[in-house]
Ligand binder design. Structure first.
Ligand SMILES: *Cc1c(COP(=O)(O)O)cnc(C)c1O
Length: 481
């Protein structure tokens, strides 16, 4: 048996490369990623969108006993992943809500992966759990929540919203039989991950009131007020009101203070989805625009959007944190006394996850290395870039702009006389995608095909905006002959 074990040990030794072998594979990865970074601002060399390559070659290499080595692997990644679809880390990414990918964050991930600290429970990594709670406390203070707050670094905004919704459900003691008498209010522009979360949380049979919009694409507060009082008359129970603090489509901020008043009046849970807009609270302007947000019961913000981190971290904060623990500290309830004694809540007790990526390090290291100041400046820059783009678009021929940007999303469309505007704008988006240098996306609001510039990538600067304005002009002219 010893022989057999020793032979297996030898065969598995490849999993533990020595220092020299580590250097070889690391250098190959660093070399290629450095090349990537050095070209990232050059939209000719490094387009933001590759419409014609699909990464199919990956499938030609089966997951098999025989390895293919670092060189071939690096080439496969470069050709089939980096050069397909949207370059998520590009400043030319002005579609959807762009992500980030700041370099220092990747080193936090590198560290977390190498040491593989288990930051799910305090016992296993007191420092890791403290670090994540320290970050959560920082965000708690930023949004003006009290110290009864608990939170969690989730994988993204969708899971963060789900976590808040499940907490609210349990706080209101909503169970199968009484689901249909409870009402949820949100606007037509609420993110679809909320619907998904309601489904997963078993709340699909709740009455969901989709409130119409005002002329700025915000939740229409009058309509909400009328709807709630009508529902109460009918004997229904207002359960939850959801505001978007920065909608994904247009960046509109729902009337937070007024919704908070109604939630108070009807004793409903007030949840704010600030996945896109939340970190604008680091800026003076954002602070003002989000006033009243501290009155909510729970909130979501996405560091992989507004803090420019690589994809994979969203935050949920719940003001009455104890409620979060009641919903999620299921399997580990035998540990609750220890947790309370230590004064540190463990992620596993307030989230659906048990074993998890130690996400804290990818967020903490950049904040320690750079301080908050450059993040604030970068966010302020984005607010101004949106205004700059808006002004330029207003002056552009045959362009109809949407409302002035509340945050960093600009909506507009071309309306050249004698053309079908919806068709024209659709063709224009396609032409911009084929060009590839800058990526934009479109949406349909009330049946109107609308173009948008979503400015949130940290690498988006004045020259990026000038370039997309140029491209828009050029492509519109080509199409409108
Ligand atoms: C992006 C976004 C979400 C979803 O978050 P993910 O991180 O993509 O899961 C939810 N709400 C809003 C307003 C968003 O912009």
């Amino acid at each position: 048996m010893r022989d057999k074990i020793e032979s297996l040990q030898q065969q598995s030794a490849a999993l533990e490369p020595d220092q020299k072998e580590r250097a070889k594979i690391r250098d190959a990865v660093v070399k290629e990623t450095e090349k990537f970074l050095n070209n990232i601002h050059d939209f000719e060399k490094s387009p933001t969108y590759f419409s014609k390559v699909n990464g199919k070659e990956i499938m030609d290499y089966p997951i098999a006993d025989e390895p293919i080595g670092i060189e071939q692997s690096v080439r496969l990644i470069t050709d089939n992943i980096d050069k397909t679809g949207i370059t998520g880390s590009s400043g030319g990414h002005l579609g959807y809500i762009p992500g980030g990918g700041i370099y220092s964050s990747s080193l936090g991930d590198y560290w977390a992966d190498i040491t593989n600290s288990y930051a799910g429970v305090y016992f296993a990594s007191p420092g890791g759990v403290r670090l994540e709670n320290h970050l959560l406390n920082w965000m708690r203070d930023m949004v003006g929540y009290p110290d009864t707050t608990y939170g969690n670094l989730a994988s993204g905004g969708s899971i963060a919203n789900l976590t808040a919704i499940v907490t609210a459900r349990d706080a209101y003691n909503i169970k199968g039989a009484n689901v249909p008498e409870h009402v949820i209010y949100l606007s037509k522009q609420a993110h679809h991950c909320i619907d998904k979360a309601l489904h997963i949380a078993g709340l699909r049979e709740c009455v969901v009131r989709t409130i119409d919009l005002d002329d700025q694409y915000r939740l229409n507060i009058q309509s909400l007020e009328e709807q709630v009082s009508e529902d109460v008359k009918k004997g229904l129970k207002p359960f939850m009101m959801i505001a978007s603090a920065g909608t994904t489509d247009t960046g509109a901020i729902d009337p937070i203070d007024e919704i908070a008043d109604l939630a108070d009046k009807y004793k409903a849970w007030f949840h704010v989805d600030a996945a896109y807009g939340g970190f604008f609270m680091l800026t003076n302007e954002g602070r003002k625009k989000f006033s009243g947000i501290e009155r909510s019961d729970s909130m979501v913000l996405d560091p992989h959007k507004g803090l420019f981190l690589p994809f994979g971290v969203g935050v949920v904060l719940v003001k009455n944190g104890e409620l979060m623990r009641k919903s999620f500290s299921y399997f580990a309830s035998y540990m609750q006394d220890i947790v309370v004694q230590q004064g540190e809540i463990s992620p596993a007790d307030v989230s659906p996850e048990l074993t998890k990526h130690f996400r804290g390090l990818r967020m903490w290291l950049p904040l320690m290395l750079h301080g908050v100041r450059p993040f604030r400046a970068c966010l302020e820059e984005k607010l101004l870039l949106a205004r700059y783009a808006y002004e330029a678009l207003q002056k552009m021929e045959h362009v109809e702009v949407g409302p002035a940007p509340e945050l960093s999303i600009v909506t507009f469309r071309f309306v050249p006389p004698g053309t079908d505007a919806n068709d024209f704008n659709e063709a224009l988006v396609k032409a911009i995608h084929d060009d590839g240098r800058i990526f934009i996306s479109s949406t349909t609001i009330d049946g109107v095909f609308t173009l948008r510039l979503a400015i949130l990538a940290f690498r988006t600067h004045l020259d990026t905006i000038d370039l997309i304005l140029e491209i828009l002009k050029e492509k519109a002219k080509e199409l409108y002959k």
